[in-house]
Ligand binder design. Structure first.
Ligand SMILES: Cc1ncc(COP(=O)(O)O)c(C=O)c1O
Length: 424
């Protein structure tokens, strides 16, 4: 299957949903058939999958689309590069669309969020940047920052969450001073699902102190219909293996147009420019010209690297197309309804969830021993995960419904969870 056939199939199915709010009946009739493989697995195993915040479930067509990309290699040999690079551009446009990023060239494909973070740190004018970050960042980000600090390639000031394990923007603002080069913070924190409030204020404050901001959007993109460009961050990192169903390795760095040079060329030494680079970032890469100083491609292409992995574009495009075709606003409204139903029924079955007022796509149940709880829930046919809270050390079990979960499934999962964790 090629990418335009994939797009047509998706658009045809989504058109059947109509324009209004999503309804379960329409989703089951028109969208579930696109997921027959994973839904068949559900039927066979009896498991209820609520780890959609962890690894999103793929459309059936992913395997065919990837196969199509490989078929082109056999039939066209090096002639396949045209369609492979067109897939890269489609990937950049789809991600840009979901982020409202405007310039699709400002989306730089990466294989991980960590890769995007390293590219940004290495692009800073200072070889010993002062970074402010928080204890609520995902392990990959936390680890990269610790690696840089340990090698004396950066100084990191860590902001602690409050007594409820929540991040307060004012604490980050207080940690910024005139020497700070970069703030690294999540829009939605990965353990609690907290949607951090006041990011616009934080970004404005950072900018008035001459400091750049990198926002981790891993739990926000595809969940929250935000105008990320208007928010004003200098860089975004994120990826597609969760809410946009894109599988592993399909990640990105978004570079704000203010850091892009439309004309390309040799940058000033004290400018923000990438050294995590390769020949795809050169001006006119196929001219094979060399100069003593690095002459970068124009705009966002200057942030590309070397010969890219190709299959991740194909693997992630169906999920991206589905997400943007349905619309993040409608998916969000549906997700909030599902979360409310799950919260209510969990309560009825003796489990009190922790529902943050400002949250992403999942709700929490606190527990002293998340590992044991997770194992017991798995045995009861509930697939979820658990993470330790950054400050209190207690665990939270994360429950994330999506459009493949029916109301009946949610009610049944609350019943099973009650049997394992509930008081009644
Ligand atoms: C907030 C956040 N950032 C980043 C990642 C993934 O990071 P990486 O792509 O470096 O493995 C995750 C994965 O769960 C995450 O939750």
């Amino acid at each position: 299957m090629n990418l335009s056939e994939a797009q047509n199939t998706i658009e045809f199915a989504v058109a059947k949903l109509g324009d209004g709010a999503l309804t379960e009946a329409a989703i089951v009739e028109h969208i579930h058939p696109l997921f027959s493989r994973v839904l068949e697995r559900n039927g066979r195993s009896g498991e209820i999958y609520l780890a959609n915040h962890s690894l999103g479930r793929p459309l059936d067509m992913v395997a065919q689309v990837v196969q199509g990309a490989l078929d082109g290699w056999y039939t066209e040999l090096d002639g396949v590069w045209g369609s492979w690079l067109a897939a890269r551009e489609m990937y950049r446009s789809q991600v840009a669309g979901l982020l409202n990023w405007g310039d699709a060239k400002g989306i730089v494909p990466k294989t991980s969020a960590a890769q995007g973070l390293r590219a940004v740190i290495n692009s800073l004018p200072s070889s010993y940047p002062k970074i402010v970050s928080s204890r609520c960042e995902f392990d990959s980000i936390d680890f990269v920052l610790k690696g840089y600090a340990h090698k004396a390639r950066a100084a990191v000031r860590w902001v602690e969450p409050d007594e409820h394990d929540l991040l307060r923007v004012d604490d980050i603002i207080d940690a910024i001073d005139e020497s700070t080069d970069l703030v690294v913070v999540s829009g939605v924190c990965f353990v609690t699902g907290q949607l951090v409030q006041g990011l616009d204020r934080l970004i404005k404050h950072a900018h008035t102190h001459g400091c750049l901001v990198l926002l981790d959007t891993y739990h926000a993109m595809g969940v929250l219909d935000l105008d990320y460009l208007a928010l004003g961050a200098d860089f975004l990192i994120g990826g597609n293996y969760k809410y946009t169903r894109g599988g592993a390795g399909a990640c990105f760095l978004a570079v704000n147009p203010r850091h892009l040079n439309p004309a390309g060329g040799v940058p000033e030494r004290d400018a923000v420019f990438p050294i995590d680079t390769g020949w795809f970032a050169k001006q006119d890469p196929f001219a094979y010209k060399r100069s003593d100083d690095p002459a970068y491609a124009h705009g966002g292409d200057a942030w590309l690297e070397a010969t890219p992995p190709i299959l991740t574009y194909y693997q992630s495009l169906p999920g991206l197309m589905l997400t943007s075709s349905i619309g993040v606003d409608r998916l969000r409204a549906y997700s909030l309804e599902q979360q409310a139903l799950l919260a209510r029924t969990l309560e009825e079955h003796g489990t009190t969830p922790r529902l943050l007022e400002h949250r992403g796509a999942y709700l929490l149940v606190e527990h002293d021993d998340g590992r044991t709880a997770m194992t017991e829930l798995k045995q009861a046919g509930i697939n979820v995960d658990a993470r330790p809270l950054p400050r209190s050390g207690r665990w939270v079990i994360r429950f994330c419904p999506d459009i493949l979960n029916t109301r009946d499934e949610l009610v049944e999962s609350a019943r099973r969870v009650g049997g394992v964790l509930g008081s009644g």
